[in-house]
Design a protein around this ligand. Structure first.
Ligand code: GAL
Length: 743
């Protein structure tokens, strides 16, 4: 959990409301270590230190990594809490967020657990970003009314900073309305309107039956106009939910507003939700080239490239002037072979299907540089974590082709951590574990489809997932990668940190450069191009020296996760100064994409980003000339995610051959404008609303600041529509974007 602190600053604004009838507890006692007896009521706390639960234990001077610590609180729970509640059924213990996994005991008995510990059957799972809320029946003997109660919290921390950090702990006897919640999900496609349908479910967490009116509205968020409405008289309790389904058109932004008003109290609860909406227009049936017509390769290195062409299948590919040494597969558009001489090779490729044909002039620059545009592809980490297998890689690769992502230039298929065997072979070469029957066959198959093959290792003894790293075997590993046909190496600091700490010069930049330079020398001895991706989270300002170790990209931050806080911190807070360091062949990498089904394990879920946050994510990453590595299971990718990743005009910004990363040119409260020049003389401009309310933005207001004189043209990149040059007033929803190309 890197860069946790900056995330913390943001989430500390989102604190829970404290009701008058709540009891709040901030100060407690703490001890590093683990002892089951510390859950009990009678424990001698004289050797325990003071602590608060509003900031992590590291920030309070505690050192406790990959280990347990215990908190103990004494709290009087007044019986008057019951009198103030109309429901009186339960007592809730709202513990805030805890880094990373916890068990909570009330007067010696466990009342809740989140995440899991290394000793648990399923192994360690951290949940630092999850709000803990544990519930006890109010008639339970566990609660000592008007007397001292002991709340003991056992916490395991897998990496600093650790502990409870979003206190105070709140003890609450909820009212009826606190116990009613409405969830909105996207159901199966509605036949009506040819769009989608959302399912609004009212749930009551109480045994008593409560009645009232349940209303669902579909609203235009921009005008507030109600487009459709349904209302029902309903009764709910813990055993009886109520559902209202509502169709809507999924090609424009709508807001679903579901409200329940309880008859007796007149109190109401409302949930608002903007469901996924698709802006990218469907691709034409005729062939359309979507990949950049420029490719860098070193002399004699094998070329694996696939022409990305959308349109009806089957499609046939041909070229009359293919450079000597190259072959074009007529069925899938895969280009292979190699070029001996340094130089620029331009030729024409034709794609033809039943609906028509199109040609593209294409240039291969054979010289010292590869990755002339940022890499596009997939990486296993954000979906499968350490549970990646060869079958899962193949299934995402097949889906990449079948769902048309390969037609938009996504080509790298990268295995992240979790492929290595526990021991090297007797001759010191790296061995693969049972999940990967044959790396060579996998590489050959990917290449036959014109795709590329990526792998992961660490300069240390162990990777972050605890698998074998490359230390003292760098050349041998580079040779193994070559023999398997590897085209991309992500080289992750991880275990190297332990060695680094013992080095006398570890405060110098040279000490950070050393392991990466060593592997670069080994990679460059191989007779193939291997994209070299540095992963060390931005230490020692890697962007200033990444190109000097001939890295093709370098991670600029810690790990991303699928929350707005993480996206905001990494995308908007940590990138503004980095634009001077990106250039063709060498890119800043703010980490992989968090759209689609992710989960870092076998348990995948939909990305927790809202649709607008996902539009923001892809818009910003294309502006940043970032690596575009899909982090979800492509086999389970839905139509919305495909539409996000396969907008040819949006992707063209990322792949623009000028290779200039966007600068933040306007910072005006919650409105930020990022802009980058493009090779055709136009500019890509993202107007972002990072605030929590929808906004109306008069773009004109910023013309002077941005150096815009007269607008000659404005194009909406997501909708692929030309817009007025005079009326430039835009509605931008919370966490959303207006993505333009202007002249
Ligand atoms: C982290 C890295 C992640 C992933 C993981 C694998 O250090 O930042 O992207 O590669 O290790 O264990």
């Amino acid at each position: 959990m890197k860069h946790f602190f900056s995330v913390l600053i943001i989430i500390s604004f989102i604190s829970l409301p404290i009701f008058a009838q709540d009891v709040s507890v901030e100060k407690g006692k703490f001890r590093v270590g683990d002892n089951a007896a510390w859950a009990g009521v009678n424990v001698d706390e004289s050797a325990w230190r003071d602590i608060t639960n509003t900031s992590t234990w590291t920030s309070q001077g505690v050192k406790c990594e990959n280990a347990f610590g215990w908190y103990r609180y004494h709290v009087t729970i007044p019986k008057s809490l019951l009198d103030k509640s109309d429901l009186k059924e339960t007592v809730d213990f709202i513990m805030g967020k805890i880094d990373d996994a916890d068990e909570v005991y009330l007067n010696g008995k466990m009342i809740g657990k989140t995440g899991s510990f290394p000793s648990d059957p399923k192994g360690y799972e951290g949940k630092w970003n999850t709000l803990r809320q544990y519930r006890v029946k109010s008639n339970s003997d566990l609660i000592r009314w008007d007397a001292d109660n002991v709340l003991a919290v056992r916490v395991y921390n897998a990496g600093d900073p650790g502990g409870m950090f979003q206190g105070p702990v709140i003890v609450r006897v909820p009212n009826t309305i606190d116990n009613l919640s409405i969830s909105i999900s996207e159901g199966a496609k509605g036949k009506e309107q040819g769009g989608s349908q959302c399912v609004c479910t009212l749930t009551g967490q109480m045994s008593a039956t409560k009645s009232g009116i349940f209303t669902v509205q579909v609203q235009d968020p921009e005008t507030g106009k109600v487009l459709a409405e349904k209302s029902q008289n309903v009764s709910v309790n813990a055993k009886k939910n109520r559902t209202i389904s509502m169709p809507y058109d999924n090609h424009s932004m709508v807001r679903i507003i579901a409200t329940f008003t309880e008859s007796k109290s007149g109190l109401s609860t409302t949930t608002k939700y903007i469901p996924k909406y698709i802006l990218t227009p469907a691709a034409p049936a005729e062939p359309r080239f979507n990949t950049t017509p420029l490719y860098g390769v070193r002399p004699d290195s094998p070329i694996h490239f696939r022409f990305g062409v959308s349109g009806e299948k089957p499609m046939k590919f041909s070229s009359d002037d293919l450079p000597k040494g190259l072959t074009l597969n007529p069925d899938n558009g895969a280009l292979s072979g190699s070029l001996e001489e340094v130089g620029s090779y331009t030729f024409t490729v034709k794609a033809k299907n039943a609906k028509g044909e199109q040609t593209q002039r294409f240039t291969i620059r054979c010289g010292s540089k590869i990755a002339l545009t940022p890499p596009m592809g997939w990486n296993s980490w954000n979906c499968w974590g350490l549970s990646v297998t060869q079958d899962k890689v193949i299934s995402s690769s097949k889906a990449l082709i079948e769902k048309g992502l390969a037609d938009y230039g996504y080509c790298y298929m990268n295995i992240d951590d979790g492929w290595e065997a526990p021991k090297r072979n007797d001759d010191g070469t790296i061995a693969v574990n049972e999940k990967f029957p044959s790396m060579k066959e996998l590489g050959d198959w990917l290449h036959s489809e014109g795709l590329k093959f990526g792998i992961y290792s660490s300069p240390g003894d162990l990777t972050c997932g605890g698998y074998l790293g490359s230390i003292d075997h760098e050349l041998q590993d580079a040779e193994s990668y070559n023999s398997w046909g590897v085209d991309y190496l992500k080289y992750d600091w991880c275990g190297y940190g332990r060695k680094h700490r013992t080095e006398p010069d570890n405060k110098t930049v040279a000490s950070y450069v050393r392991p990466y330079l060593l592997m670069e020398r080994c990679l460059r001895q191989q007779p193939r191009d291997i994209f070299y991706s540095l992963c060390q989270y931005g230490m020692a300002e890697v962007w200033k020296w990444g190109h000097a170790v001939d890295a093709n990209s370098w991670r600029t931050t810690g790990d991303i996760t699928d929350t707005w806080e993480s996206l905001y911190d990494i995308g908007f807070c940590q990138q503004p100064e980095l634009y001077p360091y990106a250039q063709p062949g060498h890119w800043n990498d703010p980490d992989m994409l968090i759209v689609g089904k992710v989960g870092w394990s076998n348990n995948l879920r939909d990305s927790r980003l809202t649709p607008d946050e996902q539009y923001t994510h892809i818009s910003l990453w294309t502006l940043l000339a970032s690596n575009m590595l899909i982090g979800c299971d492509i086999a389970q990718m839905d139509e919305f995610t495909v539409s996000l990743l396969c907008n040819n005009e949006v992707n063209a910004v990322n792949q623009d051959i000028l290779g200039k990363q966007a600068q933040r040119v306007v910072l005006d409260g919650s409105i930020q404008i990022w802009s980058r020049p493009l090779s055709d003389g136009s500019y890509a401009v993202g107007i972002f609303n990072v605030g929590k309310d929808d906004a109306r933005v008069d773009f004109k207001k910023y013309f002077k600041e941005m150096g815009i004189g007269t607008l000659k043209s404005v194009r909406d990149l997501w909708r692929q529509q030309d817009l007025s040059t005079s009326d430039v007033n835009y509605f931008i929803p919370t966490h959303g974007v207006k993505y333009l190309k202007i002249r």
